[in-house]
Every structure is written in structure tokens, then in C-alpha cells.
Design a protein around this ligand. Structure first.
Ligand code: UN1
Length: 513
């Protein structure tokens, strides 16, 4: 790994000496069990952090609550200016941070850089937003009255993020929440603690240089039990959680019991519909990147390819051919397309899926398997696989977080493809490949895709930050990132002001005393 400049990257990120994970940036650390972070790239120990104890957590939440009271009074554009400075640091540290993401998570270096770019983009977005936290003005039905709405900061926001986008998802939430005037407590994935610490260090440094109160950016570390401190905590009005549907169901229930708000961005089972009018070359690029990029560990990864029978063999052969070109190996080596899975449990899930699809009657077109030998010592490198399958197979209905692509055939009208595409419990991302305007518009219409993201002539993954990101059904319904997703981080207040000497009642009610 030294050959790829990891040592230098850790140093530039100030992680050389770190063996404590949690701080609000100043002088105390967490005291729980040690979590060791091993790279799936070469199996080496990257560093250790300590998990957050209940007592540590109490310090964090107190610090966040106290900080929030000051932060909320700072004008939003000034908060935006702090985010702009934080973003300057992200731009400066893009390479080392991208490298650490790649090394700790296993995605390709290009994708690691891409992820940091998403952070930079959302911070730019948030800076602009800090002058646009607009409410509406309404016409009152009563004379001499003014009615309007305003958005106030919400409070302390809890962010739970997953290993697969260990830095970007945090920033989608936190950059918006910060300009909205909230304090954030982040529980990153225990599988990628070093990237979390790196981000927290950057925020802490910029914040303290700019007189931001202590506690506006907090990091807690550990497994689901640490997440539970937040989900059960009435002092946290909003929990934003990204991860599996099973995790999301527990979070929704726990937060719902106390009538807190939750923003959920959970699993997907994303499909590309390929119609007879598709551009085959672009279909192959979109589908292959979607299925094998990040080793199939994006929530937007392409899981299903729904191909019309007229072009079925052509598409199938082209994709199978393209898979022969895929280079699997150290993701820091830019010649490789696909790095390792995150850990051995993920490898097990991937192998189970292959067994299952065979058992259910699927036909393997591209064999999977675990790579062994030099360069693959971590045991996490696997071959992207393709199976011909049917939509109703149990395994096809299920999100497997790995590079397994199912090809499904449809015949006749687009409606049949849409029934398959929508015929799963998840509803995150979807795409259609077609040059036929009628098909494209039907796909986007009310009778079309039921997903939060629906694309025409691009794949299912790689969404830009400018749009709202998230999906329906078991994907959880939340929207993060662009558009008006910021509203969930604020509380809306409707204000009616009477500037007359009378007190007329609404709805024409007379109440003479
Ligand atoms: C995720 O996998 O949790 O659309 C997020 C994409 C990325 C984000 C994925 N921009 O693929």
C-alpha cells in the first residue's frame, strides 16, 4: 500500500498518530472498546479508534445542544461562509481523502475522488442555499393581516451513514444541516472509521479557526448500539439514516415511537429497461458501470437488466463480452475497474446469492467466484457475475450488495417491462434505454417507474447532488442532497400578524362580547 501513497495520505489528513475516534474537535476523546480498521485492499491494519460509551455520548449531546443555541443565531449566510471554508479544505485535501476512501472502503481511486467531489459539490450547493432558505408569503383572508411562513433551525440532527459512501452521504446531510443552523452528530460506519475521523478532523479544524461553537460537528463511533443512543434520544428531533432496509425499519420504529422525524435512504433493487430502440453501446457502458462500479455496493447499483426479446441476444452477448474486459484488483491501481468487497461477510452474501439464483433455476452467464493468490490476500476480491433469471425469484427480489447482475427478458409492450421494474419492494433508482420518445415519456409518466430516481438513456447510478436523492417503498421515502431536501432539516412556522385595531376571526366567525 505504501507504493500507492497511503502513508502520505494518512499524514496529510493528520491521521498518523490517531488512535482515538471521537471528539468534537477539542480536548476529549471517546473511551469505549477499540475498533480496528482493516483495509479490504490488502488486509492491513489502517488504524484504531475507540467506540463511544454512553457517558461519552452524554458529553457529545450536551456539547451539540449548547453549540446549537449559539450557531442558530448566526445569520445563515455567515454559516454558509463557514461551509465555504470547510469546502476549501476539501478541495485542498481531495486527493488524500479520496485515497483513504479508496483504501479503507475498497472502491476505485477514481470513485474515491468522485466521492470527495460529491462533498465539494454539495458544499457549494449549501453555500448558495444559505441565502435561499425561503418561505412563502400568503394572502390572509382577513383585512389588515399579514401571513407568511419561515424556516427555523431544527436542533441537533443525528446522521447514520453506511460504509459504501463513507464520506459523501455525511456531507449531503451535514452541509445542508449546518447552513440550516443545526448541530450534527454523525455515526459513521464502524467498517470505515478512519474516513470518518479524517472528515471530523477537517471540520473541527476549520470550525475552531472560524469561531464556530464547539459541538456543531460531532462524531460518535461504534455499532448499532451507539446508533441507538441517538434514535432513542428525544433531544434529537431528526435522524437521517442511510443503509439497509432492515436497519431502516428499526430506526423508523424507534424514532417513530417518540414521534421524531426520520429521513431514510435505504436499499434499492434498481433496473435498466432496454427496449428495441436502445443504443446498445451506451446500454453496455451504463449497465456495466452500474453493476460492477464500487463492486456493486452502491444503493443505486444496477441489479436487474430488463431486456426486450427482440434485442435480448444482442444485449446479452455485448454485456457478457464487456465483462471479459473488466480488470479486478487493487483499486488504487488506476488500471483496475473493480476493487474488493468491503469484508468477508459481504463475500459470503455474494456467494450465497450465486448459489440461490442457481437453485431457483437461474442460468449463469458469467461465472463468479473469489479470487485467490497474489494481490488478493485480503480474501475480498470477487468476480462480477451475471445470471439469466426471472423477476419473481426470491433472490432477484432481494438486494444483494455485490456485483451480481440479473438479466430478465420481457416481450410485447413496455407495460410488461414496467410491471417487472416496479414489481419489487424497493423503489430507489431506475432507467430506460430507448431512442423512442413515446417509450421514454411513458417511463417517466404517472404509469411509469415508481422510483425516486428515473433516468432516460443513462444508467441507475451516479446521481448528481443537485437533485433530491432517495426513493419510495422499502427505500424509505426520504430525500437527501439537492432540490428542496433542505426543508427536512428545519422547522416551518406559519405566522399571522394583525396590524389593525380590530380582531376579526378567520372563517368569517362572529364572536361578539
Ligand atoms: C449510495 O450508494 O448510498 O448515485 C449513494 C450514486 C451516488 C450516490 C450513491 N451519487 O450512485
Amino acid at each position: 500500500a505504501t507504493a500507492f501513497g497511503i502513508e502520505e495520505a494518512l499524514k496529510e489528513l493528520g491521521l498518523k498518530e490517531i488512535n482515538n475516534g471521537t471528539s468534537t474537535g477539542k480536548d476529549w476523546f471517546s473511551n469505549g472498546d477499540i475498533i480496528e480498521s482493516y483495509s479490504p485492499v490488502d488486509g492491513a491494519l489502517i488504524g484504531k479508534v475507540r467506540s463511544t460509551t454512553r457517558e461519552d455520548y452524554e458529553k457529545v449531546i450536551t456539547s451539540a445542544q449548547t453549540g446549537f443555541k449559539k450557531w442558530r443565531t448566526m445569520p445563515a449566510p455567515q454559516r454558509g461562509e463557514v461551509v465555504r471554508k470547510f469546502n476549501d479544505e476539501l478541495r485542498r485535501l481531495k486527493e488524500p481523502l479520496g485515497k483513504l476512501v479508496s483504501y479503507e472502503m475498497g472502491k476505485s481511486y477514481q470513485e474515491g475522488l468522485g466521492e470527495v467531489q460529491e462533498m465539494i459539490d454539495i458544499c457549494d450547493f449549501a453555500v448558495g442555499l444559505s441565502r435561499q432558505l425561503h418561505g412563502l408569503t400568503m394572502h390572509s383572508e382577513r383585512p389588515g393581516h399579514r401571513m407568511y411562513e419561515q424556516y427555523h433551525p431544527l436542533g441537533v440532527v443525528g446522521i447514520i451513514s453506511a460504509f459504501n459512501f463513507p464520506v459523501a452521504v455525511w456531507s449531503w446531510n451535514t452541509a445542508l444541516a449546518w447552513v440550516c443552523g443545526d448541530a450534527c452528530i454523525w455515526k459513521g460506519s464502524e467498517k470505515t472509521p478512519m474516513t470518518s475521523v479524517a472528515c471530523q478532523n477537517i471540520a473541527a479544524r476549520v470550525f475552531s479557526e472560524n469561531g464556530v461553537p464547539e459541538g456543531i460537528s460531532c462524531l460518535i463511533t461504534g455499532d448499532y448500539k451507539v446508533g441507538e443512543y441517538m434514535t432513542k434520544d428525544e433531544r434529537i428531533p431528526l435522524i437521517s439514516a442511510t443503509g439497509s432496509t432492515s436497519m431502516g425499519k428499526i430506526v423508523a420504529k424507534t424514532v417513530g415511537e417518540r414521534l421524531g422525524k426520520s429521513l431514510l435512504e435505504l436499499g434499492g433493487n434498481n433496473a435498466i429497461i432496454v427496449t428495441p430502440d436502445a443504443n446498445i453501446k451506451n446500454t453496455v457502458i451504463g449497465a456495466v458501470f452500474g453493476a460492477v462500479g464500487t463492486c456493486g455496493q452502491r444503493c443505486t447499483s444496477t441489479r436487474r437488466l430488463i431486456v426486450h426479446e427482440d434485442v435480448y441476444d444482442k444485449v446479452k452477448n455485448a454485456i457478457v463480452d464487456a465483462y471479459k474486459q473488466i480488470r479486478i484488483g487493487n483499486p488504487l491501481d488506476e488500471n483496475n475497474h473493480v476493487g474488493p468487497l468491503i469484508d468477508k461477510d459481504a463475500v459470503k452474501n455474494y456467494l450465497n446469492a450465486l448459489e440461490k439464483v442457481k437453485a431457483e433455476g437461474g442460468n449463469i452467464l458469467v461465472e463468479g467466484g473469489v479470487l485467490e493468490g497474489e494481490g488478493h490476500e485480503s480474501g475480498c476480491y470477487v468476480k462480477p457475475a451475471i445470471a439469466e433469471a426471472e423477476n419473481h425469484f426470491e433472490i432477484v427480489q432481494h438486494e444483494t450488495f455485490g456485483p451480481v447482475l440479473y438479466i430478465l427478458k420481457y416481450s410485447g409492450d413496455l407495460e410488461n417491462a414496467l410491471d417487472m421494474q416496479n414489481g419489487v419492494r424497493q423503489g430507489l433508482s431506475s432507467a430506460i434505454m430507448t431512442n423512442n420518445l413515446r417509450e421514454a415519456e411513458r417511463f417517466l409518466s404517472v404509469e411509469g417507474s415508481d422510483c425516486g430516481i428515473a433516468n432516460v438513456n443513462i444508467g441507475t447510478s451516479g446521481a448528481e447532488i443537485g437533485g433530491a436523492f432517495g426513493g419510495e417503498k422499502e427505500t424509505g421515502g426520504g430525500r437527501e442532497s439537492g432540490s428542496d431536501a433542505w426543508k427536512v432539516y428545519m422547522r416551518r412556522q406559519t405566522n399571522t400578524i394583525n396590524y389593525t385595531t380590530e380582531l376579526p376571526l378567520a372563517q368569517g366567525i362572529k364572536f361578539d362580547l
